[in-house]
Every structure is written in structure tokens, then in C-alpha cells.
Design a protein around this ligand. Structure first.
Ligand code: CA
Ligand code: CA
Ligand code: CA
Length: 224
């Protein structure tokens, strides 16, 4: 299921000329559980595991560009000794249950760790709107400024990535605006049984996905 999703995401259709796609390169998990340690340098295997698992995502490279560290995908830039964001905490929990990092990554894929309405795997593999053919929204940060919704207080209120970390799923054609082309793109995904039409994230394409799409479209991208 996930492999099929990843493959389709890489090769999905181009509903608009500026369809941002390209390479998806991600990383993160090396830092995912670094909380135990004083430094994420102690967990290069986690970072490698994440990049190996999601080779098409550019998320960690973007984090490096935005915050100065790929580890910001999971850790707060203020210090790797802190708990980190919600995604990292979810991974940490799985590791504490005895899972190896590869299995922990899979276990948290269906979760919405940052509570922005989009599951972790969808965020990690979602092509970004905008220049650069970037791929991946942070599964641990949310909102238009990239804040950590998991951490309260001043730290959680501060923008971290300073970029949008909640994809607008109603923008089905990834053109950056909501219009009739999104209905066409969604309809195409649905007919082709493409997982991108599964907006209820239950593994089934049915009327509820249409309702979810229309709801998200009516509310607009800013609502998510
Ligand atoms: Ca999410
Ligand atoms: Ca997010
Ligand atoms: Ca569904």
C-alpha cells in the first residue's frame, strides 16, 4: 500500500504546467529519537533510515536550508537535547516499544503527529506548491509558518521552518489555487483508484472522499 502510494506519488499526473514534482528526498529519523542523547550525531542511523525510506523527499534538505540543520525535521533548532516535535515523539514511542527504526517509521506513517489533518506519510511524500520541485511537508510541524503544535509555550509558538508545513489537499492539481482544475484532478485520481483521492485516509475510495474534498475545497487552503 505504502509502496504503491510512493510510486504513484512520484509518477502522478501533471494537471498543470507548473506542477511541482521532481525529487522527493527526506531525512529525519536519525534525529528522530535523539532525545535520549545530547546530540543527534549519536543517531546517524536514524537519519539514514529516514532518507533510505523516503528517497524522493526533499524535506530534510529544505530543513537544512531553512534552519541550518536537517535535524530540525524532528528536533527544535534550540537544541537537540529537547524533546523535539510531535513526529519525533511518535517515533520515540515506537522505539521504546522495542521496534527498530525502520519499523518505527512505518508504524507512524498513518498518524497525524502534528494534528494538521494530514497523515505523516502523505505529508512526507506530498509535492510542494511553489518553485524548486520540492517534495515533503513536515509531519512534525504545522501551519503556514511551520510551528510545532506538539510543544506548548513560547517554543511551540515560534515559527521553526518559516514555511508552510500543512499541505492543502483540496489543491489536487498542486497549482497553488483552488479552481475547477482541482475537481478535474480529484475526479481523475478517484477514477484511477489513485490513493491521492483517499482524503479520508481509510484505504477506500468512496462517497466520503468526495464529501471530504468538497469540504476542504469550500473551506479553502488557509483552513488547513
Ligand atoms: Ca500532519
Ligand atoms: Ca505538517
Ligand atoms: Ca477514503
Amino acid at each position: 500500500m505504502h509502496r504503491a502510494f510512493e510510486k504513484r506519488t512520484r509518477t502522478g499526473n501533471r494537471a498543470c504546467a507548473a506542477w511541482p514534482r521532481g525529487r522527493f528526498t527526506v531525512i529525519c529519523v536519525a534525529c528522530a529519537v535523539g532525545a535520549w542523547a545530547a546530540s543527534t550525531q549519536a543517531f546517524p542511523a536514524y537519519l539514514e533510515a529516514f532518507e533510505t525510506k523516503y528517497p524522493t523527499s526533499t524535506l530534510t534538505d529544505r530543513m537544512l536550508a531553512q534552519t541550518g540543520s536537517k535535524c530540525s525535521l524532528c528536533h527544535l533548532p534550540q537544541g537537540t537535547f529537547l524533546d523535539g516535535n510531535c513526529y519525533r515523539l511518535a517515533l520515540k514511542f515506537q522505539l521504546q516499544q522495542g521496534k527498530i527504526i525502520e519499523d518505527a517509521l512505518v508504524a507512524v506513517e498513518p498518524l497525524d503527529s502534528d494534528s494538521d489533518g494530514v497523515p505523516n506519510l502523505v505529508e512526507i511524500l506530498r509535492p510542494r506548491v511553489g518553485p524548486g520541485n520540492e517534495v515533503g511537508y513536515s509531519p512534525g510541524l504545522s501551519g503556514p509558518e511551520g510551528k510545532d503544535s506538539c510543544v506548548g509555550g513560547p517554543i511551540g509558538q515560534q515559527p521553526i521552518s518559516k514555511q508552510n508545513e500543512s499541505p492543502c489537499l483540496a489543491d489536487a492539481d498542486l497549482c497553488g489555487a483552488l479552481d475547477i482544475d482541482d475537481f478535474i484532478a480529484f475526479q481523475t485520481f478517484f477514477v484511477l483508484n489513485d490513493p491521492r483521492a483517499d482524503l479520508t485516509f481509510d484505504g477506500v475510495l468512496d462517497i466520503n472522499d468526495y464529501i471530504e474534498f468538497q469540504t476542504r475545497f469550500a473551506l479553502g487552503c488557509s483552513a488547513f
